[in-house]
Design a protein around this ligand. Sequence first.
Ligand code: GBH
Length: 468
Amino acid sequence: MSNLDAITFPIDFVWGVATASYQIEGAANEGGRGVSIWDTFAHTPGKVLHGDTGDIACDHYHHLAEDVALMQQLNISSYRFSLAWPRIQPDGKGPLNNEGIQFYIELLDRLEKANISPFPTLYHWDLPQTLGDQGGWTQRDTAYRFADYVEMVVDALGSRVQRWITLNEPWCSSWLGYATGQHAPGETDLAAALSANHHLLLAHGLAVDVIRRDTDAQVGITLNLAHVTPASEHELDIQAARLVEGNANRMFLDPIFKAAYPTDMLNLYGDSVAHIRRDDLAIISRPIDFLGVNYYHPSIVGSRERLHEHAAMGYHVDNTKAPTLLETTSNAIHLRRPGIPRSLMGWEIEPKTFTDLLIKVREGYGEIPIYITENGMSNADYARQDATVVDPERIEYLNGHIRAVHDAISAGVDIKGYYVWSLLDNFEWALGYSQRFGLIYVDYPTARRTPKSSYFWYRDLITSRAVR
Ligand code: GBH
């Protein structure tokens, strides 16, 4: 391709990388940190692949200076990370743990010196176990405990932060945590997932109020939005796809931006939504400054009643996705198409679906500024004899998806920034260390970091603001 094909991003477009506390920090028993539901889950045999845990992870807790230096050399303007609630408030209530907050103050200081703007997420799945013991997100009280925690954090760190993210992917917390059981706390109960879904949204709204009251900072939420295509034009497939899309997207976007849950979903769930109080929707829908979007892969959904027809089209049932209870209720099933490239996660790679999704969000919910808070690809990377790590597949994936973001901007979507998932290879939840998403390779036994080819590629892209 010639230079004529290069497309250029605005000068103030934010380029970053993203991580999350439990996935990188390690030091699980240091600095007065309390236990989280992910410590408990990972230490329960059979829950995480190979019995992996986040006890040590990337040992980021002891590599702060090195990791910030790696960010600075990468030339990023912003770093998205999450705060571990059990480091800051070990029991999920009570006073602030000074040693815990000190760790994040040191991080913020180092970022400031490196001229990297912090983009903290207040909750990326590591709920204090004491709150888990009381029912976790199925309990309304947990939302109020979250608001108290946010108040303490904002009091301690507020002067150094201009943009806050309340929650990361509440769909995963509620549906993977309480319906499929693939994530902590590992429950499989539709009613529990629905109440978790609602209380997470309430927690978000209460946190927005606290941040507005105590700071001038911007605030938003990060959602994992799905791009869902029906397996065929058949009415049953269309219906199944609509429900999966409703569960993933509209159950979050509608309450936040329209102060109402979608009626088709409420009808589907029936009596299980009794815990929703009308007044809550006013809190959940408090205006926010931006929407964070995490996007990885498209989804193809059909009705279980049409398995034979799908097979005849060359589609396979996607076994990486455990059927949620929603899918059991609605007969929806995830499928894979033939001839579409996939990542090591098994996720289909199709960048133009990213553009379509972003345009749809704008059409459905208006001109809200958007940050792409995660996008990236896992691979089975390895260090070669000469100690380099070469990952052309990741470069191709990122290139295609960053182009897709540019296409969405050209179509009028207000996109402010893009964060690669992830800075480092890290603990990929139920899949442990088997999936590598980093721009930087981590040799877990030694914690040695090696930038991959994609790291240097991203650095050059940030410098030139141009993508081919
Ligand atoms: C994100 O979650 C997390 O924020 C991050 O911690 C994690 O490491 C990263 O992505 C990589 O996995 O088609 O209905 O079965 C993962 C987002 C959302 C991706 C749900 C898989 C499957 C939905 N996930 N999606 S479905």
